[in-house]
Structure formats: structure tokens, C-alpha cells
Design a protein around this ligand. Structure first.
Ligand code: BG6
Length: 476
């Protein structure tokens, strides 16, 4: 039995959320509309037509939410800022009331000794920028994103020490430009790679801005890492897993950490007329930006098998629940296909439950990039049931505990992990799954009719996390 190292005393035991999924108040106090405010109104796009107009009303109830965090002993809270509250049109005059909401939230957290971890971009792009130049499809996004970030850096210098630049660039671009399940709802592989190049440049420019401003603290992007396995030791299946790592993981993480695209991926893009346009100075910019940590959102792993070039499974055949845990076969002919892994259990949404995969993820990142990691998301989405005023979510406790143990093991192997943020703190709106798929420590009375009382009720997992934090994970 391996002897495990204790978690450091300053380990950030946290939890997370995103503006659109919790705040509500979608048009209050001068907020502009984001692409999500509009996308959810297209019939058939979200589960039973749910919107974030009200969400779980965190905008009006943040004090109550922070009080529950404090009661729990939470060390850090990761949340995102809605760009459209700061700049309703994406740039221009600061909307003071919008900025005040976040100033009040940050002050409330600090007053309770909770470290704010701020995500600059969690998918809610100002609609004005989409209308003006199609958002991420244009290089103009870089300047506007840097301007927005600089405004927040100035406003929160010294108060907010941890910043996440982009949340899950790999997911919002795959859903937005490959699967058409997120805004702008397109299917265009070439544009998908172009958009990613712009997002990489914007990410790098913001990280450089942060360092140029000598901001006290740290910044990094959050990547949704789904480690790839081979389904067995057949060399072709192993090659398929390598291909999947290059195309689905290194394609982003190498750029964040090395400022370079993986070679095999570029070869594939060139051979298949998918190569994006670049300018010479782009590569200097990508190389110059050094994230202080890599944020990792970890939910599951993926098993891969060889996918023949002729007649192979394609991305287009993917199940609509998306890249993450779609069940069914999906892939790129000639490279890989994702298949069902019989060695692990799955959630009700068909996501692999694989705590060992988190240890593998942390080991791979340490070995390839030698960068500290902040777990910015990890959690279990389930149909929680409120029974006589209680939610007995033992399944969530088991899931989270196994993952925390895996982090402890990876840290004992030598990985540097600075914090762990569960997804999510309160129940919140799942972008595409309404309120039936819940993740929180705190149950919120809200449903697809969006008429719930919004009452907060701590689940069993809330008390479990409280005692884990008190014990600093020593019992594991
Ligand atoms: C991550 C996102 O992709 O996973 C979150 O950063 C999201 O915003 C979470 O809610 C869970 O996904 P889902 O689809 O189960 O809500």
C-alpha cells in the first residue's frame, strides 16, 4: 500500500460555478445580451426550452450562498464574470452596476476568508461582438478580450489572486463549430480550427497582459481533459489512442504550455485541407505566454480503437449529447474512434466514472509539461431527489471521495496540485440538460418550468465536504 503525502496546509478546497448557469437577472442593471441569452431561445436547443433568465438567482442571493460556503469552511470559490455585465456591447463604457455586483461578491468572499478564483470567459460572449464580426471567428476578438480582461485586472488587482483565462476552449469550440449544439451552432471543421487559433492568441495575449501588469497572483486556462486510453494492446488501437491524445488533448495543452501545435495534428490538418491561417508574429505571441498553472476540468476518460480511413466512424455520427460522454462510437476516420470501455462504470448520462483516470491525467501533465495544476472542475451530474427535506447523495460522496484520493495519490507520485474545485457549489442550470442533471453540494428548488422557490438545501455531500476540509483530506 502506497504511503500518501498529506495535502499542503494552503490547499484550495473549493467549488465552482459559471455566471450564466447561476446568476439569472439576465437583463438587469444594464447587462447586455450574450450569445447564450439568444441561443437558448431557439426552439429545441435546450432541454424543455430552459433558459438562464432566472437560473438559481445567485445575482440576488449571493450573500446567502457565500454564507453557506463560509459555514462549510470552503477555501476557494471559482466563478465566472459575465462580460456583458461589464461591457454590455463587448467594449466601450464600463457598466458600473455590473462591475459592482462582482466587487460586492469578491468582498463578501474575502470577508469570509474564501479565495476568489475568477474565470474571465465561461462561454457567454457579448452578442454585440458576434453581430459585429462573428466573435471568435475574427482576430478582432483578441483586442476586445484583452481590453475586457485588463479592466478586470485593474479592478481586482490585489484582491483576486487566481484567474482562469478561458474555460474549456476545446468544449465550447467543438460544440459551437462541430456539433452545432452551442452558439453559434455551426458545423464547419475548418472554421473550428481557425476559431481555436484565434482563441489561443487571445488566451496568450491575456496571460501576457496579466504578467506585464505585474498582477499579484496566478493565471492559467482551464482545459477539459479527457485522457485517452487504447481499448486493448492491439498496436493499431494504441496508435488510435495516441492520435486521439494529439487531436483532442495536446492540440490545446501543447499550445498553452509550449506555444506550439503538436506535429502529427498539424500534418493531419494540412493533408486534409483543414489548416488554419496564421501570421508570422502569432508564433512569437504563443511562445511568449506562460501560464502559471494549468486548470483541468476532469470528468472522465475515453477508450479508443482503430478507425479505418475508408468507411470509418465520423464526428458527424456523434450522439448529440456531445463530445464529452456521448456514448456510441465517434471519431475521425484514419485516426481513432471512441468506444465503450467495459472496465469502468458509467453515469446516467453515460459518462465514464474513472478516478484512476484523474491520477493518470495528473501524471501525464506533470511528465509532459511540468506545470502546477489547479483542478477547476470535477463532479457528478445526477437526478437528485429531495425526500422529507433532505438529499441523500451518497453516490456523489463516493464519486468525489474517490477522485480526491486519486489526487492525493498523484501528488504523492510528484504532481503539483494547488487546488480542487468541485462542479458545482449550488445546483445550477446545465447548459443543455436543464435542472434534471444536478451537481451541487447545495440543492436548489428550481426546475424546467423555472418557477421554483429557489430555496437552498444542503445535501449530504455538503456535510461530507465540510468534514473533509476540516480534516484537510488526512483520513484518505
Ligand atoms: C463543463 C462546463 O463542461 O462541464 C460546465 O465547464 C458544465 O459549465 C459542466 O456545466 C457539466 O456539464 P453538463 O453538460 O453536465 O452540464
Amino acid at each position: 500500500h502506497k504511503k500518501l503525502k498529506a495535502f499542503p496546509k494552503n490547499f484550495l478546497w473549493g467549488s465552482a460555478s459559471a455566471a450564466y448557469q447561476v446568476e439569472g437577472a439576465h437583463d438587469e442593471d444594464g447587462k447586455g445580451l450574450s450569445v447564450w441569452d439568444n441561443f437558448v431561445r431557439i426552439p429545441g436547443k435546450t432541454f424543455q426550452g430552459t433558459t438562464g433568465d432566472i437560473a438559481v438567482d445567485h445575482y440576488h442571493r449571493y450573500k446567502e450562498d457565500v454564507a453557506l460556503m463560509a459555514e462549510m469552511g470552503l477555501k476557494s470559490y471559482r466563478f465566472s464574470i459575465a462580460w456583458t455585465r461589464i461591457f454590455p456591447e463587448g467594449r466601450g463604457e464600463i457598466n458600473r452596476k455590473g462591475l459592482k455586483f462582482y466587487t460586492d461578491l469578491v468582498d463578501e468572499l474575502l470577508a469570509h476568508d474564501i479565495e476568489p478564483v475568477v474565470t474571465l470567459y465561461h462561454w457567454d460572449l457579448p452578442q454585440a461582438l458576434e453581430d459585429e464580426y462573428r466573435g471568435w471567428e475574427s482576430r478582432r476578438i483578441i483586442e476586445d478580450f484583452v481590453n475586457y480582461a485588463e479592466t478586470l485586472f485593474t479592478a481586482f488587482k490585489g484582491k483576486v489572486k487566481y484567474w482562469v483565462s478561458l474555460n474549456e476552449q476545446n468544449i465550447f469550440t467543438q460544440h459551437g463549430w462541430v456539433l452545432a449544439t452551442h452558439p453559434p451552432g455551426k458545423v464547419d471543421m475548418k472554421l473550428f480550427y481557425q476559431v481555436n487559433h484565434h482563441a489561443n492568441l487571445a488566451n496568450a495575449a491575456v496571460i501576457n497582459k496579466f504578467h506585464d501588469m505585474a498582477m499579484p497572483g496566478q493565471i492559467g486556462p482551464s482545459f477539459a481533459y479527457t485522457p485517452n486510453y487504447a481499448i486493448d494492446a492491439n498496436p493499431l488501437n494504441v496508435l488510435a489512442a495516441e492520435n486521439a491524445e494529439e487531436m483532442l488533448a495536446h492540440f490545446w495543452m501543447d499550445v498553452y504550455c509550449y506555444g506550439e501545435y503538436p506535429i502529427a495534428a498539424l500534418s493531419y490538418l494540412k493533408e486534409n485541407d483543414l489548416m488554419f491561417e496564421t501570421e508570422v508574429s502569432d508564433f512569437e505571441l504563443l511562445k511568449s505566454a506562460k501560464p502559471d498553472f494549468l486548470g483541468i476540468n476532469y470528468y472522465q476518460t475515453a477508450a479508443n480503437a482503430w478507425n479505418p480511413k475508408e468507411g470509418g466512424v465520423t464526428l458527424g455520427k456523434m450522439n448529440t449529447t456531445g463530445v464529452k460522454g456521448s456514448g456510441g462510437e465517434q471519431g475521425i476516420p484514419g485516426l481513432y474512434k471512441r468506444v465503450t470501455n467495459p472496465a469502468v462504470e458509467r453515469t446516467n448520462w453515460d459518462w465514464e466514472i474513472d478516478p484512476v483516470g484523474l491520477r493518470i491525467a495528473l501524471r501525464r501533465i506533470t511528465s509532459r509539461y511540468r506545470i502546477p495544476v489547479m483542478i477547476t472542475e470535477n463532479g457528478l451530474g445526477e437526478y437528485d431527489k429531495l425526500e422529507s427535506g433532505k438529499v441523500h447523495d451518497a453516490y456523489r460522496i463516493n464519486y468525489l471521495e474517490a477522485h480526491v484520493k486519486a489526487i492525493k495519490e498523484a501528488m504523492s507520485d510528484g504532481a503539483q496540485v494547488i487546488g480542487y474545485h468541485t462542479w458545482s457549489y449550488t445546483d445550477l442550470l446545465s447548459w443543455l440538460n436543464g435542472y434534471q442533471k444536478r451537481y451541487g453540494f447545495v440543492y436548489v428548488d428550481q426546475d424546467e418550468r423555472m418557477e421554483g422557490s429557489l430555496k437552498r438545501i444542503p445535501k449530504d455531500s455538503y456535510y461530507w465536504y465540510k468534514s473533509l476540509i476540516e480534516n484537510n483530506g488526512d483520513y484518505l
